[in-house]
Design a protein around this ligand. Structure first.
Ligand code: ATP
Ligand code: SF4
Length: 322
């Protein structure tokens, strides 16, 4: 049985300007111990999915349909007190701009200890402090930093502290939303490498969220590609990178720069992102796709198995698969 299973999830935001269709009929599953990358351009719905899983959506968001099963329970059926048991203890999140999630008024050590004691009230303060020291060692931070305030940390240190905070209650799943965007590539590789080795050691699952395909290639075992609120391709990372089946995924991969590229020749995906207040009726990529036909304009394609499909899981939502 999958640890996490999203079934037919659709999510809207009701705003002053109208209704945003942020996530549309999304289905995907994640096994225990697995890492999944959700990739796509800004506004494609990645963070909305994370917030829906943790039930942290604003009041004006509406889950129109679908189910979110975690360890066999539909999270959408749980009461708020039951959800508080799930958050942090079972599913933790490293938020986008994690740098700003630490409270500047308290030392970072005090914040991690408080998180542990809130979620494990039977633990003694001494045991919680010992756990925090272990976590700091795990993410490669010296324990002396526990007595310091967030402003005394560098960007990389804060990011590691946030990962330590996410690991504090031994969750089964961590959702890491752009965990290293603000960091240089060396620090990014180091932190992601550490998170991956912790994941493997503890048998945890991780969902990485990023627009960075190159980063996903390094860490995710499977990748889901989002475009305008729709999962357009899903499969094991090796298959998806070697033979992308959806024109948008192919465009994303072609846009990843390499050292050998002439900067004047970098490829981009033509056109503008979809207006989610009024998405196209058929395939949402239709206005930007060079392979589009009349069928694409009229009918939204379902996720279909790809031809070059080693494990039966590589699927793409396109009427004219590459
Ligand atoms: P990014 O990579 O920029 O964070 P994303 O892929 O995570 O983008 P979301 O943040 O989930 O995408 O946004 C999906 C759509 O929903 C966008 O059109 C966005 O404007 C809209 N949206 C997201 N959060 C809210 C919100 N709190 N209120 C209104 N609209 C929102
Ligand atoms: Fe392009 Fe049509 Fe495939 Fe959409 S369904 S990605 S428009 S070829």
């Amino acid at each position: 049985m999958a640890l996490l299973e999203l079934q037919d999830l659709s999510l809207h935001y009701h705003t002053g300007r109208g209704v945003i269709s942020a996530v549309n009929q999304l289905s995907l599953a994640l096994d225990a111990g697995e890492s999944l990358g959700l990739v796509g351009e800004s506004g494609s719905g990645k963070s909305s999915i994370a917030h829906a899983i943790l039930r942290l959506l604003p009041a004006y968001a509406q889950i129109r349909q679908g189910r979110i099963y975690f360890a066999g329970r539909n999270l959408l059926d749980l009461t708020e007190p039951q959800m508080r048991e799930v958050r942090w203890r079972q599913i933790a999140m490293v938020f986008q701009a994690a740098m700003n999630t630490l409270n500047p008024m308290y030392t970072v050590g005090a914040q991690v200890v408080e998180t542990i004691l809130t979620h494990e009230p039977n633990m003694s303060s001494k045991a919680a402090r010992a756990r925090v020291e272990e976590l700091y060692a795990l993410v490669g931070l010296p324990c002396t930093l526990l007595r310091r305030y967030p402003h005394e940390y560098s960007g990389g240190m804060k990011q590691r502290a946030c990962i330590a905070l996410a690991l504090a209650c031994n969750p089964q799943l961590i959702i890491a939303d752009e965990p290293t965007t603000a960091l240089d590539v060396i620090m990014q590789a180091r932190i992601l490498g550490e998170l991956e080795s912790i994941r493997k050691e503890r048998g945890m699952s991780v969902i990485y969220i990023s627009h960075d395909m190159a980063m996903m290639a390094q860490v995710a075992e499977r990748i889901g590609v989002m475009y305008a609120g729709v999962l357009v391709e899903y499969g094991c990372t090796i298959d998806l990178l070697a033979a992308p089946a959806h024109p948008y995924t192919a465009g994303l991969l072609a846009a990843v720069p390499s050292m050998a590229d002439d900067v004047t020749q970098l490829q981009e995906i033509p056109g503008e992102p979809v207006d989610l207040y009024a998405p196209p009726a058929g395939c949402r990529f239709y206005p930007r796709c060079s392979r589009a036909t009349a069928q694409c304009k009229e009918q939204a394609p379902p996720l279909l198995p790809c031809r070059r499909n080693r494990d039966g899981e590589h699927k793409a939502a396109c009427w004219h698969l590459l």
